[in-house]
Design a protein around this ligand. Structure first.
Ligand SMILES: NC(=O)c1ccc[n+]([C@@H]2O[C@H](COP(=O)([O-])OP(=O)(O)OC[C@H]3O[C@@H](n4cnc5c(N)ncnc54)[C@H](O)[C@@H]3O)[C@@H](O)[C@H]2O)c1
Length: 262
């Protein structure tokens, strides 16, 4: 029985990844590691197993892995390091201050970069040849993003670490890739949009404006868009792909959107 471990898989992009992994039969079961578990959607509930843990806490991650392997088997087939993002007050502080407080800088790096190393260190020794890892970076890690400098630096770190780990694990037959999602209206954007737009009632407006201004394809991205790409990267159909970063962003990282007549 093949199974995946997805951090931050309870909602948002993580849930999109869980759904796609099961729908596309990349794996048969999924273990979700999340700080705040919620019951999975009914149609996949029998194949999703929740484990509460903080992906930035070494001991909690170790305990979760002991529980997961006891339940689903000693050798995970897929790992998706997806937990990340930020909190409303971090975004708010970025809007008000040119410099993050040292504490907020550290927390961004801890959540978005150090967790990827920490969970991988716990999972990889349990993996066998043929296994695959996909890390969730961001377009913020590919583009300069002054308002979110610490987040951007951490997500750029995820891209760099993805490449190093791919080289490290290539001889063991384990593949490591990353996705860089663009603009998806999850909880993160509800809070980020409120910080940019100047209040919760303006969050969706700020998001729609970012989509209109930045996305050459002219539409927002969805958890399904991200999930399908991750499921493919972690499947045997991508057996010769490693160390790559795929932006799923409607073309944002190409630069500026084409000029459009008004
Ligand atoms: N939404 C976007 O537009 C966007 C764009 C680019 C990248 N991303 C990245 O995608 C990933 C998922 O983002 P999302 O938009 O789905 O966010 P989200 O806030 O909707 O979901 C994040 C999930 O991770 C969990 N989580 C948070 N901290 C955790 C921790 N320390 N340990 C374990 N679980 C934890 C949360 O409980 C939640 O279930 C993040 O890494 C984020 O940086 C999101």
């Amino acid at each position: 029985m093949k199974y995946a471990i997805v951090t931050g898989g309870a909602r948002g992009l993580g849930l999109g990844i869980v759904r796609a992994m099961l729908e596309e039969k990349t794996v048969e079961q999924v273990a979700v590691i999340d700080l705040r578990l919620v019951p999975p959607p009914a149609e996949i509930a029998d194949r999703v197993h929740g484990f509460t843990a903080d992906a930035t806490d070494e001991q909690q991650v170790h305990a979760a892995l002991e529980a997961i392997t006891a339940k689903l088997g000693p050798n995970p087939d897929v790992l998706c390091n997806n937990a990340g993002g930020g909190e409303a007050n971090w975004f708010e502080s970025g809007r008000q201050e040119e410099w993050h407080s040292v504490d907020i800088w550290r927390r961004y790096v801890e959540l978005n970069l150090n967790s990827v190393y920490l969970v991988s260190k716990e999972v990889v020794p349990r993996m066998k040849a043929g296994a695959a890892i996909c890390n969730t970076s961001s377009i913020a890690g590919m583009l300069a993003t002054p308002f979110l400098a610490a987040y951007a630096a951490a997500k750029a770190g995820v891209i760099s670490y993805t490449r190093s780990l791919a080289l490290q694990l290539g001889p063991k037959g384990i593949r490591v890739n990353a996705v860089a999602p663009g603009l998806i209206y999850t909880k993160i954007w509800e809070e980020l949009g409120a910080a940019i737009g100047g209040g919760p009632d303006r969050a969706r407006l700020a998001f729609d404006s970012a989509v209109r201004t930045l996305v050459p394809l002219g539409r927002e991205q969805t958890p399904e868009d991200i999930g399908r790409t991750v499921a493919w990267l972690c499947s045997e159909r991508a057996a010769n792909v490693t160390g790559q970063v795929i932006a799923i962003d409607g073309g944002i990282v190409l630069g500026r959107p084409p000029l459009r007549p008004e």
